[in-house]
Ligand binder design. Structure first.
Ligand code: URA
Length: 217
């Protein structure tokens, strides 16, 4: 992608590439089937991962082709840990693993306490060496930002120092919330939507990403 395919403000990159925007439009469409929704989430995540990993460290290497020696490059920095936030983030996992097959996977499950409205961890299983890895958090909808901020704190608590987030759609409120406490975390999205409604859904959004991925409604 060229820089014309993205628009970056501080740590937020919106991927404006026509393929991404076309697929996002299909994803939002209420008539899109569960099967197609899942496929579109996968394809969009592939394209966003390309952008989100563009600063991974690499180094020059010598390569012997069948004809002669040449120079190439290989990724040389930290290894990757990819951590979907349950449940909808799991729909994005395979796409990242197909591009970064050696990545380790961590899972972070959070629910919202209906009294305090704060996220509560109910399941966390992370790679033991996550402190030495570049962490990619996955959450299709960056809505209030409370669960993303909590997930960042979860991985930081066990030593992660390099954390980035891939989301499909963000609300301005969610970006502000995450960057209030974690201004260093890069966020890559396909769109920043208008606002949250009064029950925390993104408008215009795409509805409940988990329900649409798994056909639970
Ligand atoms: N989670 C979703 O699945 N959709 C939203 O709009 C907000 C949070």
């Amino acid at each position: 992608m060229t820089t014309a395919d993205t628009s970056t403000t501080s740590q937020v990159t919106v991927v404006t590439h026509p393929l991404v925007q076309h697929k996002l439009g299909l994803l939002r469409d209420v008539t899109t089937t569960t099967q197609m929704f899942r496929q579109l989430v996968n394809e969009l995540t592939l394209l966003l991962t390309y952008e989100a990993t563009k600063d991974l460290a690499d180094e020059e290497i010598e390569i012997e082709t069948p004809l002669e020696w040449t120079r190439g490059r290989r990724i040389s920095g930290k290894k990757v840990a990819v951590c979907p936030i349950l449940r909808a983030g799991v729909g994005m996992l395979d796409a990242v693993l197909s591009l970064v097959p050696g990545a380790r996977v961590g899972f972070i499950g959070l629910f919202r306490d209906e009294e305090t409205l704060q996220p509560v961890e109910y399941y966390v299983k992370l790679p033991g060496d996550i402190a030495d890895r570049d962490v990619i958090l996955l959450d299709p909808m960056l809505a209030t930002g409370n669960s993303t901020a909590a997930a960042i704190e979860t991985v930081q608590r066990v030593g992660a120092t390099s954390v980035r987030l891939i989301a499909l759609i963000a609300a301005p409120e969610g970006i502000a919330r995450v960057h209030r406490d974690h201004p260093e975390v890069p966020i890559v999205v396909a769109a920043i939507d208008r606002e949250l409604n009064d029950i925390g859904y993104i408008l215009p959004g795409l509805g409940d990403a988990g329900d649409r991925l798994y056909g639970t409604k």
